[in-house]
Design a protein around this ligand. Structure first.
Ligand SMILES: Nc1ncnc2c1ncn2[C@@H]1O[C@H](COP(=O)(O)OP(=O)(O)OP(=O)(O)O)[C@@H](O)[C@H]1O
Ligand SMILES: [Mg+2]
Length: 330
């Protein structure tokens, strides 16, 4: 297999802030590569450099074998982009938007109509193609953007949060197209998303990014295996007390507070469930609910960073046990 993307110590600095910090990644031809990370991790900056929109401060990268700085034109011809902020022109129809892009990307005139009809069909916008984009719904606009990113049959498609703000049904739709594309045209897809379940279902491999660096990179199942266990979620009337019972009396060190629950990563989850309830009761803690689940990517992120990935919770959420574990490891 060939590497369709390679980065070598790729770095983007804004004064003292390293938005992307010595990134070394390779993406295989034909894979769906997911970039996952919290706000400000450096995902958009990485994609912008690979798309030649931003110049790296140092380091190099190639896309489809072309250097992103020295051969920017060839890189641009190799890629399609769908960005975080919608950018279709409201005053044109869907078809006109696509035609403009076909010209911009040098699609031969004789092929333009054919390709436009193809991509319109792919994103199911044929019937609305001749309406002004202004009259489209958010999901339809996003689908038009996707169609636009594909008009020149790119080797690599970059998708930066293409489903943000869309309802679950439309999100599913968008991803269905992405998968079909990958299969039918052997396109490599690099995507970023905040939706962990999406990254999980879609990506062949996932890179977890934090503070400009890759902190873990593998298939979703391998990443979860690194946690070595299941996750127990407990809700109780006194979580602080329960946390100290679990860490001190039961010796379970991988325990964190997450929102209004306690999450404990353990190896023998089933046998521990009743013991946790017993210990809680003995210590006059009332357990409201307790359940066992398999680890998800959120747990993987928490495991590597001690923080939650979700954009709506920025405060540090790792529990006492985690803090102690880290202190002990120093
Ligand atoms: N033009 C700029 N000037 C200064 N700092 C910048 C600039 N662009 C980005 N940054 C900083 O670089 C870091 C990475 O930003 P980036 O947009 O790549 O994050 P992201 O992972 O895409 O986040 P999000 O999930 O919010 O989209 C952030 O700290 C951001 O504030
Ligand atoms: Mg971003």
């Amino acid at each position: 297999m060939t590497h369709i993307i390679e980065t070598h110590q790729l770095t983007k600095a804004y004064n003292s802030l390293k938005a992307v910090d010595k990134l070394d990644i390779t993406v295989e031809s034909g894979e769906i590569f997911g970039l996952l990370g919290p706000n400000g991790a450096g995902k958009t900056t990485t994609i912008s450099m690979l798309c030649t929109i931003l110049k790296p401060t140092s380091g190099t990268a190639t896309v489809n074998g072309f250097d992103i700085v020295k051969e920017a034109m060839q890189v641009r011809k190799s890629i399609g982009i769908v960005f975080q902020d919608p950018s279709v022109d409201d005053r044109m129809t869907g078809r006109e938007n696509l035609l403009m892009h076909a010209n911009l990307y040098g699609v031969p005139t004789s092929e333009q109509n054919n390709r436009i009809n193809n991509v319109l069909k792919l994103v199911e916008l044929e019937e609305r193609a001749d309406d002004l984009t202004r009259t489209y719904s958010g999901g339809m606009r996003r689908r038009l953007e996707l169609a636009r990113g594909l008009i020149h049959y790119p080797k690599v498609l970059f998708l930066d949060e293409p489903t943000i703000g869309l309802d679950p049904q439309t999100r599913d739709h968008v991803w269905k197209y992405v998968r079909e594309l990958k299969e039918a045209h052997d396109i490599t897809v690099v995507l970023t998303t905040h939706y962990m379940d999406e990254a999980d279902r879609l990506s062949d491999r996932i890179a977890i990014m934090d503070y400009g660096k890759i902190i873990a990179l593998d298939t979703s199942s391998k990443l979860k295996e690194t946690l070595e266990g299941d996750v127990i979620t407990v809700k109780a009337d006194n979580l602080e007390a329960l946390l100290s019972v679990i860490t001190e009396k039961m010796g379970l060190q991988k325990a964190h507070m997450v929102d209004d629950a306690l999450e404990i990563t353990v190896q023998n989850g089933k046998s521990l469930l009743p013991r946790i309830v017993d210990m809680a009761t003995q210590n006059k803690i009332y357990v409201e609910s307790i359940r066992l689940r398999e680890p998800n990517l959120e747990d993987v992120f928490l495991h590597y960073t001690g923080r939650t990935i979700r954009p709506d919770t920025t405060k540090e959420l790792h529990g006492l046990a985690e803090a102690r574990r880290r202190a002990a490891a120093r």
